[in-house]
Structures are given as structure tokens and as C-alpha cells.
Design a protein around this ligand. Structure first.
Ligand SMILES: Cc1ncc(COP(=O)(O)O)c(C=O)c1O
Length: 393
């Protein structure tokens, strides 16, 4: 028998086990809800990105079922061959109106939208100037583009400006930030970065994955929140988080979108969404327009829970959004905290290096509009108990 050439993988897994960083996948038995069952245990769920509870909204379910009955379960092709259905075009038109841009192109995921777009727009003679905490999909897109990558310290617009000002004027530059940072819940330095982009002629790009459905009027995102309409050339959003289904999109000029039709590799080489997904996303936009009170509920719950954690004495970093980290530093301690919370009925995922810096391990909490006050108070009580037990408080 030939020796297994993958034994090094088992050794790496053993190392993770020794470090207390080995994770098994938690299995959700039922719907993605604020109180639900993972691994046979009923828990208050503080780990989903289902900000508005739309994964189980009756209108989204009904429209998805109707689209499946009428159009089938799959699109049968990539967008650029036979897989552009009228329901995909309808979704893109609705999103363009929502985002106040000329056009939108939908990708299979937010990851594909970021990676596919950065890699298509830039090439090896160009340079990208990127916040150090930008999402992995941006980092991968930068690498795929083969452009030079310059990283500025988190939210440090002055440092970004210094980097940009030292680059040759004629070089093509992309300045890029997350709208909301997914591990810390703080907002990108958008207004200051837009000023820099205008001063030095950079392309300005924002990944608003965690802002869509959360910030701005009816959940239009951080560009709307900061009043930056017309100043961001490439806006990425996701349909997988607050929108409740799956997908990502790029909003911008008609030329940008048509260019991505021709050059974005996930668009060209991966099959488009099933009609049910597009139909559910269109329904979600209807909900955002017709039920803006769910966004207000999300923010009421956010204020309640965040201030509760802070009053208990946890380090919640600089979060400004429904994502609230509980930063404990050591990776093994974060995993232990997450495990003990789970045993006591609260699911908050532990996050350690390499997702966050080695000394910034944490559990991450995300409240939703659909949590009840009782559920959130229960979670706070459990945090208090376990925090004391592990000498974090
Ligand atoms: C900031 C950010 N951008 C993009 C993505 C990718 O979005 P999707 O889950 O739709 O692929 C994520 C999801 O983890 C994210 O947190």
C-alpha cells in the first residue's frame, strides 16, 4: 500500500488539539432561529448572521417555493452561457434601485463577489491599499489580481493617505475597506477614505457584507449611513446575512457591471443561483421596504445586549454594530468560554488565530431582531456565571 501523502494534515490537526484550538462543526437541527437546537442542545443562538430573522420569514419561504414550482430547482448553467434567468435580472434591477447605483451584478456569494471583482479589476501593475482587518475574500482577491498589496493599520486613514501619496500618480490604485468589520463589529473609516480616494484618483471599494440590511435607510448599508452616495465606485453586499438567503452582489456603474460580466471569473465559471434563491432575495427587499421596524428591533436588541455585556465588565472592543466581540486574549480560553457557554445553553462561537490576532481571541456574539428580551437576559446571566467561573470577570 502506498504511504498516505496527506499524513501531514493529521499532524497539523494534532497540533490544533494540543493547543485547544481544534473545533468540531456544530450541527443545527432545525431552522436558523434565535432559540434553536445545535448538537441536541437547545440554546440561545448568538452565532448566526441572520440579523433580521429573514431566513425563516414566511414571505421569503413562500416566494422561494413559488419560484421552484414555476422555474425548477436550478439554473442549469453559468450566467454567461444559458444561466441568466429573468428572475436574476429582476433581482439585479431591484438591488440597483435599492443601492442607488446604475447597475448591479449578483454573484454566488459575497466571497465570490469580493474575490472575483478585485481580481478582475486589478492586474499586476496596479496596487491595492487595504485595511489590515479586511475580509479574507478581499485578501484572496488581491492575491489573485497579482497587484501590489499595501496594508494600512486598522481604520488608520492617515496611514492610508501616506501610502497612497508615495505611489506614482499614474499607477492605478484601489482603496478598499470593509463597511463593518466582521470580527470586531466596528465601522470602516469610510468618509476619510473617500476623501483620500478623491484626492489621489483611487478607485474606492467597500465591502458592506455586514452592513446590508443593518445600517442606512431600510438597510442600504454604510454608504447610505455616512451619506457617501456617488463617492464609492464599487460597493459589495451580501445576500447571505441579513437578507437571509445566499449570494453577493456588486453595485456600481453600468460599465463596471458589464466589465464584470466579461472578466469576473466566478461569474463566468460557476453556475448561477437557483430561482428560489433569487426569489427569496427579491422578497427580502420587499420586507426591508415594508417592515423597516424589524431593523429598529435589531438595534434595540443590540443596545440592550451590548450594554449588558459592558455593564458586566467584559471587554467588547470598539463595536458599533450588532456584532459584539467578548475579547479574552488567549485562544484556548476563548474556546473554553465558548464551550462552557454552550453547556449552559448559549451558543457564541469562539474565534482565535488566524481569524483574529493571536492575543485577541474572543467569542463573537451577534444579536438579531427576533431575539426576545428574555432570551437576551438569559444569555447575559449565563455570560456572567461563566465569565466569573473562568476568572474573566
Ligand atoms: C466582511 C465580509 N465580507 C464578505 C463575506 C462573504 O459573504 P458570503 O458569506 O456571502 O460569502 C463575509 C462573510 O463571512 C464577511 O464577513
Amino acid at each position: 500500500m502506498r504511504p498516505d501523502p496527506l499524513t501531514f494534515l493529521s499532524r497539523e490537526l494534532d497540533t490544533l488539539k494540543e493547543q485547544g484550538l481544534y473545533r468540531t462543526l456544530r450541527v443545527l437541527e432545525g431552522e436558523q432561529k434565535p432559540k434553536t437546537t445545535f448538537d441536541h442542545r437547545q440554546v440561545v443562538n448568538l452565532s448566526s448572521n441572520n440579523y433580521l430573522g429573514l431566513t425563516t420569514h414566511p414571505l421569503l419561504k413562500e416566494r422561494a417555493l413559488e419560484a421552484t414550482r414555476r422555474l425548477g430547482v436550478g439554473s442549469g448553467s453559468v450566467r454567461s452561457i444559458a444561466g441568466t434567468m429573468d428572475i436574476h435580472m429582476e433581482l439585479e434591477q431591484r438591488l440597483a434601485v435599492f443601492k442607488n447605483t446604475e447597475a448591479v451584478v449578483v454573484f454566488q456569494s459575497g466571497f465570490a463577489a469580493n474575490a472575483g471583482t478585485v481580481a478582475a479589476v486589478l492586474s499586476k501593475d496596479d496596487v491595492v491599499i487595504s485595511d489590515e482587518l479586511n475580509h479574507a475574500s478581499i485578501i484572496d482577491g488581491c492575491r489573485l489580481s497579482r497587484a501590489a498589496i499595501k496594508v494600512f493599520p486598522h481604520k488608520d486613514a492617515a496611514a492610508a493617505r501616506r501610502i497612497v501619496s508615495e505611489l506614482p500618480a499614474a499607477q492605478r490604485k484601489l482603496l478598499i475597506t470593509d463597511g463593518v468589520f466582521s470580527m470586531d463589529g466596528d465601522l470602516g473609516a469610510l468618509p476619510a477614505l473617500c476623501d483620500i480616494a478623491e484626492e489621489f484618483g483611487c478607485i474606492m471599494m467597500v465591502d458592506d457584507a455586514h452592513a446590508s440590511g443593518v445600517f442606512g435607510r431600510n438597510g442600504r448599508g454604510t454608504i447610505d449611513h455616512f451619506g457617501m452616495h456617488g463617492r464609492v465606485d464599487i460597493q459589495v453586499g451580501t445576500l447571505s446575512k441579513a437578507i437571509g438567503a445566499l449570494g453577493g452582489y456588486v453595485a456600481g456603474s453600468r460599465a463596471l457591471v458589464e466589465f464584470l460580466y466579461h472578466r469576473a471569473r466566478p461569474f463566468l465559471f460557476s453556475t448561477s443561483h437557483p430561482p428560489a434563491v433569487a426569489a427569496a432575495c427579491i422578497a427580502a427587499l420587499d420586507v426591508l421596504e415594508q417592515e423597516p421596524q424589524i431593523i429598529e428591533r435589531l438595534w434595540e436588541n443590540t443596545r440592550f445586549f451590548k450594554s449588558g455585556l459592558q455593564t458586566l465588565g467584559f471587554n467588547t472592543g470598539l463595536s458599533e454594530s450588532p456584532i459584539t466581540p467578548v475579547i479574552v486574549g488567549d485562544g484556548a480560553l476563548a474556546m473554553k468560554l465558548s464551550d462552557r457557554l454552550f453547556q449552559e445553553g448559549v451558543f457564541a462561537q469562539g474565534i482565535a488565530f488566524p481569524t483574529v490576532a493571536r492575543d485577541k481571541a474572543r467569542v463573537r456574539t451577534i444579536v438579531t431582531a427576533t431575539h426576545t428580551r428574555e432570551e437576551l437576559q438569559f444569555a447575559l446571566d449565563v455570560f456572567a456565571k461563566v465569565g466569573r467561573e473562568l476568572s474573566i470577570l
